[in-house]
Ligand binder design. Structure first.
Ligand code: COS
Length: 379
């Protein structure tokens, strides 16, 4: 049986997120983008509406939403501003390792307090010299009695430094490669834990992105998620899920690109008629629509597999790679349809392109997604 209908609760979340995007995010997105500023009030409102940290389990007082719920919300927020969506998405990314591998005490200690305010989580795997080669990470972990001491740095961390809790991946036995990795929860104010905001991003400029610096950061062993040595596996299992919300945001970008283009093409007159009467424009719009529909289907399907505990590694990679490629294509075509006006920031489409580019890079480049897909084919 295939049922494409949404539940009443999902429809309510969709309409709540759509309204929030329309009334709050879209009117302010360009300004936060231009100023490269973190939108404090918007994140606060997202929290008040129940759109932040939605996957925190019900057992500790959260909404316990599933991945399909999350992607339905994600499309709407991504439609409004991918940079603002990445703030919410990166927090869910920081929470996901807890769903993969934490005990009840850790959920209670670290996740429950996030519900009290507009608080964020973060996920710190990437390093300046180790992005795709995640197993090659150089951040070091040493054990000292009941503690673990971390030294190193992490790069490109969304919500880095703002987050109340950050899951840091570190290597305690380099010779063991991926089997020597540990996942450790580091709280914001831990001595030795500092950050540097990264400036000058091309897009998604409302997201606070930072380099994290760990200098003799000492945390109790009770902060280790899962088993010592299980860190790489926790990171991979997390990303197998969280690549799907990246796809959802990409679907939002593609839908926005179409809506903006349809509107502009109906108003812009050339050769005595609106440009939407020309096949050159119609064919572009049709290709954008084909891309949108297939990307959404791939995204929903991958989320469905996760929610039903079915194998989803390949489906998540397919959704992420396809949807982000489509988002970039749609944004690019939207600029072409807008002509010269598409190239200036008076219209929203140039921002869509700048924002979409990152979706092909983060949470595993689209080249890595294709490697993942190919490996699964040959398994
Ligand atoms: N899901 C679950 N397990 C996975 C996995 C996946 N997607 N990919 C690899 N593994 C497991 C393998 O099964 C293997 O397990 P065993 O040791 O039990 O056999 C182990 O991890 C090591 O796998 P492999 O040898 O294939 O690892 P590689 O170092 O060759 O790299 C890739 C694997 C490239 C797929 C991985 O490093 C990766 O995903 N890189 C991108 C990281 C990323 O997305 N960064 C973004 C950070 S967040 S913005």
């Amino acid at each position: 049986m295939i049922d494409f209908s949404l539940t009443n609760e999902q429809k309510q979340f969709q309409s709540l997120a759509r309204q929030f995007s329309k009334d709050i995010i879209i009117p302010q997105a360009a300004e936060f983008d231009q100023k490269e500023e973190y939108p404090v009030e918007i994140v606060k409102q997202a929290h008040e509406l129940g759109l932040l940290n939605t996957i925190i389990p019900e057992s500790v007082g959260g909404l316990g939403l599933g991945l399909l719920d999350e992607v339905i919300i994600g499309e709407e927020i991504g439609y409004g501003c991918m940079g603002i969506y990445t703030i919410l998405m990166a927090s869910e990314l920081g929470i996901t390792p807890f769903l993969v591998a934490s005990n009840d005490e850790q959920k209670e200690r670290f996740l429950a307090p996030l519900l009290d305010g507009p608080k964020l989580a973060a996920f710190a795997l990437s390093e300046a010299d180790n992005g795709s080669d995640a197993a090659g990470l150089k951040t070091r972990a040493e054990f000292d009695a009941d503690d673990i001491i971390l030294n190193g740095s992490k790069m490109w961390i969304s919500n880095g430094g703002l987050a109340d809790i950050t899951v840091v991946f570190a290597n305690y036995a380099p010779e063991k490669k991926h089997k020597g990795v540990v996942a450790v929860v580091v709280e914001k104010d831990t001595p030795g834990f500092s950050h540097q905001k990264i400036h000058g991003k091309m897009g998604q400029r409302a997201t606070y992105t930072a380099e994290l610096i760990l200098e003799n950061v000492r945390v109790p062993k009770a902060n280790i998620l899962g088993e010592i040595g299980e860190g790489f596996s926790i990171a991979m299992k997390t990303l197998n899920k969280t690549r799907i919300p990246v796809a959802a945001g990409s679907v939002g970008i593609a839908r926005r690109a179409i809506d903006e283009s349809v509107k502009y093409a109906s108003e812009r007159i050339a050769f005595g008629k609106p440009i939407n009467r020309f096949q050159a424009i119609q064919l572009k719009l049709a290709d954008m629509k084909i891309g949108l529909e297939t990307a959404r289907l791939a995204t929903y399907y991958a989320a469905y597999l996760v929610d039903n505990n079915m194998p989803h590694i390949s489906a998540a990679a397919v959704a992420k790679a396809h949807a982000s490629d489509i988002a970039l294509m749609a944004a690019n075509e939207a600029i072409q349809i807008h002509g010269g006006f598409g190239y200036i920031n008076e219209f929203p489409v140039e921002k869509l392109l700048r924002d979409a580019k990152l979706n092909q890079i983060y949470e595993g480049t689209n080249e890595i997604q294709r490697i993942v897909i190919s490996r699964e084919l040959n398994r």
